[in-house]
Design a protein around this ligand. Structure first.
Ligand code: SAH
Ligand code: MG
Length: 195
């Protein structure tokens, strides 16, 4: 049983503390996809305090979620949150840099969610391709980054992120093994089905 009150608390605390959790509109789209595909193994890159991982575990009732978080404090907070919500048997938090952790994973996932540092999105896509199979879904959040990705006027500090996000869009839409749609919901989602 999921503790709904704890879940609400986790969401509200995250918002209060300016932790960039997934936006409600994006979650709606993902909910539909997860309910349709019914993934059994989910991989998330970027746990933060465990909100999206929790929602995925709720939508995919039989799924095991492996989720990677670089920030030790956040990861520890996520562990407490997930335990309080009642999902600790289905969500595994892996602490460390996904760039280093992913190459050591040798499993296949049905659903992969990319939501960590934007500068590494193209690398995460390559790893996601290796860890997926025909029929897997790979989703990248924040792909339009507040509209900066579609605009010419980017501040210097956003420029590197924008360059890598554009690279992700190019790679995922041009890859013949992927069927990719970029949708303007929330902060932008790239949704790729592995052919
Ligand atoms: N998916 C979460 C939000 C994630 S915010 C939700 O929607 O609820 C992005 C997180 O990615 C941050 O907590 C940040 O610490 C983490 N992160 C950034 N770079 C990372 C990396 N290279 N490996 C793992 N986690 C990373
Ligand atoms: Mg995000």
């Amino acid at each position: 049983m999921v503790n709904e009150l704890e879940l609400k608390k986790v969401k509200n605390e995250a918002i209060k503390n300016h932790i960039p959790i997934i936006m409600d509109d994006s979650l709606e789209v993902i909910k539909d996809i997860i309910e349709k595909e019914n993934p059994k193994k989910i991989l998330e890159i970027g746990t933060a305090v465990g909100y999206s991982a929790t929602m995925f575990a709720i939508y995919a009732k039989e799924a095991i979620v492996d989720t990677i978080e670089l920030d030790v404090e956040r990861a520890e907070e996520a562990k407490v949150n997930i335990s309080n919500i009642g999902l600790k048997d289905r969500i595994n938090i892996i602490i460390g840099n996904a760039v280093e952790i992913l190459p050591n994973i040798h499993e296949k996932y049905d659903f992969i969610f990319i939501d960590a540092n934007k500068g590494k999105y193209p690398v995460f896509l390559q790893e996601a391709l290796r860890l997926s199979h025909k029929g897997s879904v790979i989703i990248a959040d924040n792909i339009l980054y507040k509209g900066y990705v579609m605009s010419d006027y980017n501040l210097h500090k956003q420029r590197t992120a924008v360059r890598h996000l554009r690279e992700y869009i190019k790679d995922s839409t041009e890859n013949e093994n992927l069927d990719t749609k970029i949708i303007e919901v929330g902060d932008g989602l790239a949704i790729s089905y592995v052919k």
